[in-house]
Write a protein of this length. Structure first.
Lengths: 174, 236
């Protein structure tokens, strides 16, 4: 059993069915996963998606081999859960492309020029796809080819959506 | 602003991310020397990137582990013998002894039990649906999936009944809560109600969708859990 890295040790125990070890993993990573869910899907869905992500991780624990850091593996599981959730809801609302699904609408002139506006609140107003790309690239540090794979889009689309998001957000920092 | 400026404005993010080929980068840098608008925009975009990199992760407003623990009880990895009684087993056992009376705390506890049973149904439903999609081609899963969907819908009706009872009880005990708590609870309930409505609208278009039924059950479980914890506060 791995001795040094507490994540590896607890992941090995969790893969054998130890829910106490899995709870320790949850405690160490929940802030990051919940913040990802909140930024990607909004505060109203963040709790449920965080729970879904950890349950999915539990189901897949036997697939974690320790080649990468547990946090990185967990993060990819969470991204899959979050994007899958949004995709399914969008499709079943009859909107194949959730592109212009803007929670809170486009920033108004007054809002976008307020000095000191909360940056995260401004992110919430981005169109959904631009927001996802922005969070994954500029907040989480994924590369365009990785984002393209997650989101089932081309790298060119990922780049253009990132630029779009930055252009929209720059007004919130004015 | 001319056409050349428009072209380069669209490439500034790629420039900042180091994704332009050498000739393009050199050409853009030449343009930047003579274009104040593009230099200003480049500074704005740099600030956005810096701000994004400084975001700090924050915890959820409530502990989500209880809900996760309830769900993974029935989700032990395949082939695992659960062996000795776990903390969650003991917790479930305690919950199961609470269901025989109907005062506020007991009603709240009954909600927990309902959550446990119904979420199990929802996960059975989702698991059964997806595994059969992967493993079986043809009409075989139809009867099983149909039965599970029927059970899930009954579970959702049970949720609605439990939620209605808790809401009524909460109204009666509301004066025991401070204003800030009431406001916070109402805000969270509004968010959850919005998610429930979203799920119901999606289900109206596809009533047999296993994922959506599971999502609705999970969202109702969140509402029940919030109502249960708030109900407990009215008793203190």
């Amino acid at each position: 059993m791995p001795q040094g890295d507490p994540d590896l040790r607890d992941a090995a125990l969790a893969a054998e069915g130890d829910d106490g070890a899995f709870e320790r993993l949850y405690r160490r990573h929940v802030n990051r996963i919940h913040s990802l869910a909140r930024r990607m899907a909004g505060p109203d869905a963040a709790d449920e998606l965080t729970q879904d992500a950890f349950v999915r991780a539990w189901q897949k624990m036997s697939q974690f081999r320790g080649e990468a850091a547990f946090g990185s593996w967990l993060y990819r599981v969470a991204i899959s859960v979050i994007l899958g959730h949004r995709r399914r809801l969008a499709i079943h609302r009859g909107r194949e492309a959730p592109e212009e699904s803007i929670r809170g609408g486009t920033p108004s002139h007054e809002t976008s020029t307020q000095i000191g506006i909360d940056f995260e609140a401004a992110m919430e107003t981005l169109p959904e796809r631009a927001r996802h790309v922005f969070v994954l690239h500029d907040v989480e540090g994924y590369k365009h080819h990785e984002i393209a794979r997650f989101m089932k889009i081309t790298t060119g689309t990922s780049k253009s959506q990132l630029h779009r998001a930055r252009m929209l957000l720059r007004t919130s920092l004015a | 602003m001319n056409d050349r400026t428009d072209i380069w404005r669209a490439r500034l993010s790629e420039y900042l991310d180091g994704e332009l080929a050498t000739p393009e980068r050199a050409a853009l840098e030449e343009h930047l020397e003579e274009c104040g608008d593009c230099r200003a925009l480049l500074d704005d975009l740099r600030r956005v990137i810096t701000q994004a990199s400084r975001l700090v992760d924050s915890p959820p407003s409530e502990d989500l582990w209880t809900g996760i623990a309830e769900r993974i009880r029935a989700e032990k990895p395949a082939g695992i013998d659960r062996g000795a009684s776990t903390v969650t087993d003991r917790h479930r056992s305690r919950e199961a002894t609470r269901k025989l009376s109907f005062s506020m705390p007991q009603l709240a506890a009954a909600a927990v039990l309902l959550v446990t049973v119904s979420s199990g149904v929802a996960w059975q439903l989702a698991a059964g649906f997806s595994s059969r999609q992967e493993e079986v081609a043809g009409p075989a899963p139809t009867a099983v999936a149909g039965e599970l969907l029927r059970v899930a819908r009954v579970a959702n009706l049970d949720y609605e009944s439990a939620i209605a009872q808790l809401e009524t009880a909460l109204d009666a005990g509301r004066q025991n809560l401070d204003t800030a708590t009431v406001r916070k609870v109402e805000e969270r309930l509004a968010l959850i109600d919005k998610a429930i409505e979203e799920a119901r609208q999606a289900l109206a278009a596809d009533p047999s969708n296993a994922y959506l039924n599971h999502y609705l059950a999970g969202t109702m479980r969140r509402k029940l859990d919030l109502l249960r914890r708030t109900a407990a506060l009215t008793e203190t």
